[in-house]
Design a protein around this ligand. Structure first.
Ligand code: GRF
Length: 229
């Protein structure tokens, strides 16, 4: 893979490498379920990225149908077919690489990738989480926000590192918790925000407008998405 890099005028020791703006960055989108965030990426095409593959760990994930309708190649890697997390991760990265992907977007992907994914796609794996991290990491973020009685929860889009729901935060957007909210109603409003935020972040990433410096992500061209970054 050939990658060009931009440092935004900062010293090379400060910032990690990010792709320079060029032709649309090929990405693979990883899903496990409904795929509404995948649909948002399909529906808001941007010159910054193109989806070359959708990977699911579940053969029955409805999001696979969304990809097929959009004419995007799919690959199913059932978790149970692999000896362990490392074998699963290696197969997934190899599938993405075969299609030329230079980044991974985890859009409702319910498996934890092994460390080899970080090596294969350094600063190039993006995850969306339905809470304002570092609050409520894990698989029950919406339930936990309701149980905690917070007035605001929200959406976080972040780069993936070795820990779960932990890497450098790219963008966040708050969502108010309303008095009558249940898990379903709150998650629906969170998802509406996700569908706007994720494509904006992936587009900025694809255009080479994000640079990682420690825990901070710097936006080259600030947008609304950066207001809460
Ligand atoms: C989203 O709310 C995302 O934040 C979480 O899982 C959900 C996936 O939804 N990680 P969908 O499959 O994109 O509809």
């Amino acid at each position: 893979m050939t990658r060009r890099f931009s440092m935004f005028g900062r010293s090379e020791t400060d910032l990690h490498l990010v792709p320079m703006p060029h032709a649309a960055l090929p990405i693979a989108v990883l899903i496990s379920g409904t795929g509404s965030n995948l649909q948002a990426l399909i529906d808001q095409p941007d010159e910054g990225f193109r989806i070359v593959l959708v990977i699911s760990d579940r053969p029955d994930a409805p999001g696979l149908t969304r990809a097929e309708i959009a004419g995007i190649d799919t690959e199913v890697l059932p978790w149970s077919s692999f000896a362990d997390r490392c074998a699963f991760t290696d197969a997934l990265c190899a599938a993405a690489r075969r299609k030329g992907a230079e980044g991974l977007v985890l859009a409702g992907f319910m498996r934890i990738l092994g460390p080899s994914a970080i090596d294969a796609f350094p600063d190039a794996i993006i995850n969306i989480h339905p809470a304002l991290l570092p609050a409520f990491p894990g698989a029950h973020a919406v339930e936990q926000a309701l149980a905690a009685g917070v007035r605001y929860t929200g959406v976080t889009v972040h780069f993936v590192d070795e820990q779960v729901d932990h890497g450098p935060i790219i963008a966040q957007e708050p969502v108010p918790v309303l008095p009558d909210d249940d898990v379903e109603s709150l998650h629906a409003r969170i998802q509406a925000v996700e569908h706007g935020l994720l494509p904006r972040v992936v587009a900025a990433f694809g255009r080479g407008e994000l640079a990682v410096g420690g825990r901070r992500v710097h936006w080259k061209r600030p947008t609304h998405a950066e207001e809460y970054a």
